[in-house]
Design a protein around this ligand. Structure first.
Ligand code: ADE
Length: 358
């Protein structure tokens, strides 16, 4: 075991790290929309909702979504009673749409149980869309359980604090045991949130602000010449590329044709421009023969791209004027309703690309 990790066997060392972290939290905590004010009892619904919205998302990006959800559905029973499409639409732009479906399923399950969230990590973990990290975070923040959520920010802090020589992916169990060793029996939620904030504002991936870090005297990476060189980088994998075409059929009043994606799989249930399947580069011809309607299609210059978890996508956009009826499975989106239509970020880029070139 790394000597710095072994140092956490010392209770005095652990206590000192926890005390310094909590002291920092008292004055430097971020005032985020979902957080209970000091002394206030946390509302498990708000904590759960925020943790789901924050999966793979920064606090800054999640905040307007959290505010929209709370304004529309102030209690978990309200969210449970909402139509599925309204929940997906409120999620649009946040990515990872299976999260929206799971969020709704979880709200229904909690409403069925009388609106009460379970307080134990294992019971939280069994809810739809609540993974190991979120279960630990909710148990700690909403219910004060002594658990140790480890997200990317916290893993980075611990990799630096202990100068772990393996990339994070290979050091998961070492990092998890360090987190467990540190989790205090009292104020575990504050401790976890303090680490989240230190990770977001001080122990940043690049240019860590060590001068303002409450853990600088404990940090083994700081004692090396280059704290930023931790966590050690894994070699980047090259993502496979896929390509496709989308069709922007526009009516003279500005409305254009769209359709909804299937309820499962990538970008499930979001609204999109009609288009071809996405296939590996060069594997299939993409042409106007796949267009939803017959029109004088024009290939717009340039492409739009998005990098997903498992592949990078490049879309060609075709545009045409079209005045007929919407074909089966398609509908018109008015030009002033693009923002609320439920497009994913990717499709929003394609729509903007087409609008810009008209
Ligand atoms: N990231 C995930 N959960 C968070 C939280 N509760 N506060 C800030 N950032 C977070």
């Amino acid at each position: 075991m790394n000597a710095n990790v072994s140092a956490l066997r010392s209770e005095a060392k652990r206590n000192a790290i926890v005390a310094r972290t909590l002291e920092w939290w008292e004055s430097r905590r971020r005032a985020l929309a979902w957080r209970a004010a000091p002394g206030e009892t946390p509302d498990p619904y708000r904590v759960w909702l925020s943790e789901v919205l924050l999966q793979q998302t920064t606090a800054q990006a999640a905040t307007p979504y959290f505010q929209t959800f709370i304004a529309k559905w102030p209690r978990v029973e309200d969210l449970a009673a909402a139509p599925g499409e309204a929940v997906i639409s409120a999620f649009a732009g946040l990515g990872y749409y299976s999260r929206a479906r799971n969020l709704h399923a979880c709200a229904k399950e909690i409403a069925r149980r009388g609106g009460r969230f379970p307080s134990e990590e294992a019971d939280l973990r069994s809810l739809p869309g609540v993974g190991a990290y979120s279960a630990a975070a909710i148990a700690a923040i909403a219910f004060g359980r002594q658990t140790a959520p480890v997200d990317g920010n916290i893993a980075r802090i611990l990799a630096r604090l202990l100068a772990i020589e393996e990339p994070i992916a290979q050091a998961k169990s070492e990092i998890a045991s360090a987190a467990r060793a540190l989790a205090p029996s009292h104020r575990a939620g504050d401790f976890a949130q303090a680490l989240m904030d230190i990770g977001a504002t001080i122990c940043r991936p690049r240019n860590p602000d060590c001068a303002h870090c409450p853990l600088v005297q404990d940090c083994a990476a700081f004692r090396t010449a280059a704290p930023e060189a931790f966590p050690r980088r894994a070699r980047a994998k090259v993502k496979p590329c896929r390509e496709g075409a989308v069709f922007f059929a526009r009516r003279s009043d500005g409305a254009f044709l769209a359709r909804r994606r299937p309820p499962h799989g990538l970008l499930a249930s979001t609204v999109e421009l009609p288009g071809t399947p996405w296939t590996s580069e060069g594997s299939r011809e993409r042409s106007v023969s796949a267009a939803p309607v017959t029109a004088r299609w024009r290939r717009l210059p340039g492409t739009v791209g998005q990098v997903f978890t498992h592949f990078a996508l490049k879309l060609t956009v075709y545009a045409a004027a079209f005045e007929g009826g919407a074909p089966e499975g398609h509908f018109w989106v008015a030009s002033d309703a693009v923002g609320e239509a439920g497009f994913s970020n990717m499709m929003r880029k394609a729509v903007d690309h087409a609008l810009k070139q008209e």
